[in-house]
Design a protein around this ligand. Structure first.
Ligand code: IMP
Ligand code: MG
Length: 173
């Protein structure tokens, strides 16, 4: 593969920010359990780090949403590829996402989960590309705002490559 990688957010900054986010979430939800819903697959690294910085009791589940295929831009079509295993009715839900881009995925998902009558629902995302927004999404916890560049690493992929990188990197052609 001829692509080049440029580090955008190094590992140490990611780790420090995730720790802060975990502390903030712990303060906001002193009473557990907090139901963390990770969006597969990209959120798995962020969720694994975040959960270890949260002192409130948590439950963890995952939902699979597909909107991207193997390209670099959204197809605009969203579907559930794996549903939750647990019920979120009457629960405090925190959706954990790797990156908010157009906002299409999270708009779809928050509507879907709201139908299941959670007590509350908020969103935590590691990265946000605000310039790319097509649908307004209310994000309660954001790690970093980044420019409109395609990034990989820390769970994020391009055609399933690069998820294991410790830093967030820009993929340059
Ligand atoms: P949205 O529905 O356009 O907000 O897309 C969100 C999803 O697109 C994220 O969960 C990622 O899986 C994917 N995505 C968006 N931007 C990037 C990127 O820069 N690198 C890798 N995946 C991305
Ligand atoms: Mg995703």
């Amino acid at each position: 593969m001829a692509a080049r990688l440029r580090v955008l957010i190094p590992e140490a900054r990611l780790q420090a920010r995730v720790r802060e986010m975990g502390q903030e979430i712990s303060r906001d939800y002193p009473e557990g359990p907090l139901y963390l819903v990770g969006i597969l697959k990209g959120s798995f690294v962020f969720l694994a780090d975040l959960v270890r910085s949260i002192s409130t009791d948590v439950r963890i589940d995952f939902i699979g949403i597909s909107s991207y295929g193997i390209g670099k831009s959204s197809s605009g079509e969203v579907r559930v590829t794996k549903d939750l295993d647990i019920s979120v009715e009457g629960r405090d839900v925190l959706v954990v996402e790797d990156i908010v881009d157009s906002g299409i995925t999270l708009t779809y998902l928050t509507h879907l989960l709201a139908q299941r009558k959670p007590k509350s629902i908020r969103i935590a995302t590691m990265l946000d590309k605000p310039e790319r927004r097509q649908r307004a999404v209310e994000v309660a916890y954001t790690g970093f705002e980044i420019p409109d560049e395609f990034v990989v690493g820390y769970g994020l992929d391009h055609a399933e490559d690069y998820r294991q990188l410790r830093s967030v990197c820009v993929l340059e052609n």
